[in-house]
Design a protein around this ligand. Structure first.
Ligand code: GAR
Length: 213
């Protein structure tokens, strides 16, 4: 695979991770273009944010399609028409089929708000609180067909504080997401991280803060 140059973000919600990636591209920290923002949710905040960043954006509403497959075909067509070579899921709340994942296998990233393999799926912060965990966090991983089970690229950890509720914990985790997601995208664009034989390969020069040793 050649070096990724054109990134798409797919999101369903507020788009704070998309904005963090847009900012990193604009600063030159990620040597690629955020070329397209797609949301499956009409009026999602991420679309307004993309417009504020003057990024090409469009809604592909899953409700307009008769099947998951037809929805994904529409997304694939748009991605391919825009020559997208790295797809970044940032709060995209639909499950993808094998067909879509195969198309971008190794070039498809997701961020999940837990320290995977703990708490795949939904309500991660409440589940961490209910379990009495002392720490929580977020994981950036390559997407494979099994939900939230792809190989980890990077994790961020935060303490769970007494008095936390799901929203205070989510805010603390999200602040870290905005650090690690642009970093992971940069590593992928620079080909310092790759999915090889189902495992994450990291360039030996890589340190955890993304600088070269
Ligand atoms: C993020 O916290 C992300 O980890 C989570 O959605 C939020 C999106 O926030 N993703 C998932 O739950 C995926 N299962 P954002 O729209 O502000 O970036």
């Amino acid at each position: 695979m050649s070096t990724p140059r054109r990134i798409a973000v797919i999101a369903s919600g507020s788009g704070s991770n998309m904005a963090a990636i847009a900012a990193a591209c604009e600063r030159g920290d990620i040597p690629a273009t955020l070329s397209l923002v797609i949301s499956n949710v009409p009026h999602a905040r991420v679309l307004a944010r993309a417009a504020e960043w003057q990024l090409p954006n469009r809604c592909i509403n899953h409700r307009d399609y008769e099947s998951r497959g037809a929805f994904e075909e529409a997304m694939l067509q748009v991605l391919q028409k825009n020559a997208i070579d790295l797809v970044v899921l940032a709060g995209f709340m639909r499950i993808l089929t094998d067909r879509f994942i195969r198309e971008y296998y190794g070039s498809l990233l997701n961020i999940h708000p837990s320290l995977l393999p703990k708490y795949p799926g939904l309500n991660t912060h409440q589940r961490a609180l209910d379990a009495g965990d002392e720490e929580a966090g977020a994981t950036v991983h390559f997407v494979i067909p099994e939900l939230d089970a792809g190989p980890t690229i990077v994790q961020a950890r935060v303490p769970v504080l007494s008095g936390d509720d799901a929203s205070s914990l989510a805010a603390r985790v999200q602040a870290q997401e905005h650090q690690i997601y642009p970093l992971a995208v940069r590593w992928c664009v620079e080909k310092k991280v790759e999915l090889r034989k189902g495992k994450v390969w990291k360039d030996p020069s890589l340190t955890s803060n993304g600088t070269n040793a």
